[in-house]
Design a protein around this ligand. Sequence first.
Ligand SMILES: NC(=O)c1ccc[n+]([C@@H]2O[C@H](COP(=O)([O-])OP(=O)(O)OC[C@H]3O[C@@H](n4cnc5c(N)ncnc54)[C@H](OP(=O)(O)O)[C@@H]3O)[C@@H](O)[C@H]2O)c1
Length: 256
Amino acid sequence: MATLGFIGSGSIGTNLARLAVAAGIDVVLSNSRGPETLAEAVAELGERARAATPEEAARAGDWVVVSIPLAAYRKLPAAALAGKVVLDTINYYPMRDGRIEVLDSGRTTTSELVQEHLAGAKLIKAFNSISDHHIASLTRPAGAADRTALPIAGDDAQAKASAADLIGRLGFDIVDAGSLAESWRFEPETDPYAVPYSADPDAVRAFWTEVSEALRSGTMPQTPPPVDAGVPLPAAQLRTLLAGTPRKLTAGRLLA
Ligand SMILES: NC(=O)c1ccc[n+]([C@@H]2O[C@H](COP(=O)([O-])OP(=O)(O)OC[C@H]3O[C@@H](n4cnc5c(N)ncnc54)[C@H](OP(=O)(O)O)[C@@H]3O)[C@@H](O)[C@H]2O)c1
């Protein structure tokens, strides 16, 4: 019996929890407001699901998905996560998370920063470069011809293999993008980020541009984010995108 813990049970957390339950994996959800606020999500997921505190979700998990805004990363329970394989979906959005100089300057990556806080954990960056709705629509059984590949990065080979096994069970192939220091290759707005999984890349870029212009002028964007069924991204194509992408520091991004 395997258990996947969640710290953060919003869009990404719940989409991954659905895939885990479908794969016969038990899930323990948690958030910042307390287990009672997750009753609806637990009811929807069924008997394989329960809600707990972040510490309990961390201790219960054979793997733990950390899926919260970066601004809260110092609140992650480092002691409870020590020794665990932690899948980090977090992206840095200064407009949401506040400015972090070591990320703006490129001195480190988001996942290295989180790993520094979770010193005893084995961090794997994963699921940060695909939109929440494409997690739901692009999952495929092992061996399917149109399986989608996702990049992962990490510093511990055994943890990487364990995360790859989990991600395979959730319905995706993986491409190893290297160490956490290399994980900038699939941070926001790099070539492998979000757009290659979209059936309408122009709509995604147009949305980012609209949000960027709205941020600059202090208004709210009028258009909701585009949602589509997605397109499968084969591993070979993802490898090419990872190898060729320039780094996108926040100063060169639309959404920052
Ligand atoms: N949405 C996407 O398409 C997408 C794609 C790739 C990566 N990401 C990244 O993945 C992360 C999660 O994104 P999301 O869209 O799932 O966000 P979301 O829907 O806003 O959910 C965030 C979750 O984090 C929880 N949380 C916040 N602070 C916490 C804390 N201190 N301890 C425990 N839980 C805490 C929230 O719980 P409360 O509501 O109780 O505060 C909520 O369950 C972000 O870093 C995001 O940039 C998002």
